[in-house]
Design a binder for this molecule. Structure first.
Ligand code: ZN
Length: 281
């Protein structure tokens, strides 16, 4: 039985500030250790629950944050990017259950370091509903008949998960105080809870089933800048809904993620150009 684990960073216990989640920040090396410890706790839990194979996806930012040499040697690691399925890369029909570790709330929603894929997106909606990264990645999993068994992160994203994913187990690693302030479990306490809950969910994986994927997926993304929307609007199939909003209709989840990724990189390019011009002033 294969278990797939996607590991983000914002929802890891002890993480609260932007300085911790950005490569080059003074807190980033500490954050890498905390993320790696939670990944190892989940890997141990998966094997204890009956997994014979564990695939871990490094799913934050540049996608190469985990201290791979310190990871449990039984796991396989999906690392680095760009990659077409982003945080869900490596998730296949071979997995019995998906685990989303260290996840965070959606752009515009309350929660520690909340955003949806990019700081350059103000909101991401599918079929009119604002979506978190967890819900988008769960669509990709559901398309492969893989249910989400565990989500860990702050109280805000855990509440979203319990609503969105039937039967999911959650570990609230922390309570959000503000965007970069939290009341957190001590990391070792969080790791112990993650190991237990992942073991339970792995053992019970056959009791979960993935929900059906909607036949039509209407993606809408709000952009933080009109220049970002201008650049992203060149992507084939994209509709310009207004100055700051783009739309994309598909029935294919893989294509949906590719559209999000294309817009992500183009919006980042716009932000870089704007920052470079501002720095010259
Ligand atoms: Zn992240």
């Amino acid at each position: 039985m294969q278990v797939y684990i996607s590991v983000d960073l914002e929802g890891v216990a002890g993480i609260a500030t932007f300085d911790q989640i950005l490569r080059g920040g003074s807190g980033y090396p500490r954050a890498q250790s905390l993320m790696t410890a939670e990944a190892n706790a989940a890997i141990r839990g998966a094997f204890a629950g009956g997994a014979t194979e564990v695939v871990v996806s490094d799913s934050h930012g540049t996608m190469d944050n985990l201290l791979v040499a310190e990871l449990d040697p039984r796991a396989r690691i999906v690392t680095g990017g760009p990659r077409p399925a982003c945080m869900a890369q490596g998730l296949s029909r071979d997995a019995a259950v998906a685990i989303f570790l260290g996840y965070h709330a959606a752009a515009g929603a309350p929660g520690v370091l909340s955003h949806t894929f990019s700081a350059n997106f103000t909101q991401l909606r599918i079929n009119g509903k604002p979506m978190s990264e967890a819900e988008v990645n769960a669509l990709y999993a559901a398309d492969r008949a893989v249910p989400v068994g565990v989500l860990t992160g702050d109280d805000q994203i855990c509440a979203v998960a319990r609503e969105a994913f039937p039967g999911v187990r959650t570990v609230e690693t922390k309570t959000a105080i503000g965007w970069s302030a939290t009341d957190s479990l001590q990391p070792a306490t969080a790791c112990a809870a993650i190991e237990d809950v992942v073991a339970e969910a792995t053992a019970a994986a056959s009791h979960l089933s993935a929900p059906p994927v909607p036949e039509v997926l209407d993606l809408e993304v709000g952009f933080a800048s009109a220049l970002g929307a201008d650049l992203a609007a060149v992507t084939p199939g994209t509709q310009r809904l207004d100055a700051l909003t783009l739309g994309y209709r598909t029935s294919d989840v893989d294509e949906l993620l590719r559209a999000i990724m294309a817009w992500y990189y183009l919006a980042a390019l716009a932000a870089q150009q704007t920052a470079a011009l501002a720095a010259r002033r």
